[in-house]
Design a protein around this ligand. Structure first.
Ligand code: SR1
Ligand code: MG
Length: 397
């Protein structure tokens, strides 16, 4: 992978993206190239470039100096492109089959050129369209367990671990999560965004001091526990998949945080489909994805734990303590993600895509209720089966 610093930053257009691909000789000389900007995320430009015979294609991802979803009033560091490409590179050394290949990066232009995954489906859209992803939970359970274990103090020499903590210091993107996930939705903040009908539900959240105390504890974990290198934004829009392949993309929010965070974000984004689906069989399938993700995560992590050279990992009960803490934390983080995607700044199409207005409001109310419940009651749960049982009971009430 080449990394250069040869250019002055300028945001690309479809034409200049093609010119860059030609300059870098990524395609055979003389081929006619086509390009389309396909970015539908909140922050970046994404160019899909392919040749006339559709034999070769690439993705050029470029960070903008501001958050696309808000505009120039929300400036944002270009350094996130470097964090993202370094995280992809590190993840590739641990789980090469579960991340896209990086071909080239340019820090000054804030670009990463990578494998085109457009033959796969973004999991959020696929789930909304009722696709099956039979291997997804196994792959994500492994992705989380392996990337987190291998970047933690359980696996690394303390000097290496601290060097990585420094390398992946990501204050601006962490601040987005601190505000948008942990703070704004729980207060009457300007950034919040919800339908008028949900105002009484939002006010109930803002006045629920038991809930806010628990969110404060979760935010404290996020702020202070440099346990492992997280993906940092592991929602279903950050995963491409089909029936046999899974690729995790977009780790620009990567930083050292608590193990439960990635798990919680993934659980929450699956739960949107559990909450909005009307079909019993689909609801069961979503719950089975959640259950299996946890089982694969804990089994894989426990297996890797045996390799640890840290003396304390041999002490009876320590692994169980780490797993139990991560499990309870993950339920709390799930709740925060459910609530923020409902009344906070950045929404999801699982909820906003429900065309019938009353149905959408009802789905959002259920999301807020489940979110608050998981945050407040997370410590009661000691197994994923209990959580699944409780979610089923919750839906019937
Ligand atoms: C202003 S950025 C909003 C959200 O988009 C990203 O994908 C993260 O989830 C962030 O919170
Ligand atoms: Mg993203």
């Amino acid at each position: 992978m080449a990394i250069t610093q040869s250019n002055i930053y300028e945001s690309l257009t479809e034409q200049t993206a093609i010119a860059l691909a030609i300059k870098l000789r990524i395609f055979e000389e003389g081929k006619v190239l086509y390009c389309k900007e396909i970015g539908d995320g909140n922050l970046n430009l994404v160019f899909h470039i392919y040749d006339q015979d559709e034999e070769k294609s690439i993705i050029i991802k470029q960070a903008l100096p501001y958050a696309k979803v808000v505009g120039k009033s929300m400036p944002l560091t270009l350094q996130r492109a470097t964090i993202e490409s370094n995280a992809l590179k590190l993840q590739a050394s641990i789980v090469p089959d579960l991340v896209p290949k990086v071909y080239y990066t340019d820090e000054s232009l804030a670009i990463t050129i990578m494998e085109d995954l457009s033959h796969l489906t973004i999991v959020r859209s696929g789930l909304i369209d009722n696709f099956d992803f039979p291997i997804l939970s196994k792959h994500i359970g492994e992705f989380i367990a392996k990337t987190l274990y291998h970047t933690s103090d359980y696996a690394l020499h303390p000097f290496k671990k601290k060097e990585l903590v420094r390398q992946f210091s990501n204050p601006e993107l962490c601040k987005i999560t601190e505000d948008l996930v942990f703070t704004d939705p729980f207060f009457n903040s300007e950034s919040n965004d919800f339908e008028e009908e949900l105002l009484p539900d939002a006010v109930e959240i803002w006045q629920d001091f038991k809930l806010k105390l628990e969110v404060a504890k979760l935010k404290k974990s996020f702020l202070t526990e440099a346990e492992a290198l997280l993906h940092g934004d592991l929602h279903t829009g950050s995963i491409f998949a089909d029936i046999e392949t899974t690729k995790v993309i977009d780790p620009e929010f990567s930083f050292y945080g608590p193990i439960g965070f990635d798990i919680g974000q993934f659980f929450a984004n699956l739960l949107f489909q559990y909450i909005t689906s009307k079909e019993e069989s689909k609801k069961e399938k979503i719950l089975s994805y959640i259950e299996n993700t946890w089982h694969v995560f804990s089994a894989t992590f426990s297996e890797l734990w045996k390799e640890s050279l840290d003396s304390y990992t041999k002490v009876e009960g320590y692994l169980e303590y780490i797993l139990d803490k991560s499990f309870k934390d993950s339920l709390g983080f799930t709740g925060c993600e459910l609530i923020r995607r409902t009344i906070g700044l950045s929404h999801v199409k699982d909820l906003d895509g429900i065309e019938h207005y009353d149905e959408r409001i009802q789905a959002k109310r259920r999301t807020l209720d489940i979110g608050s419940f998981l945050i407040k009651e997370r410590k009661q749960f000691s197994s994923i089966d209990e959580v699944i049982f409780s979610l089923k009971t919750f839906s019937k009430e």
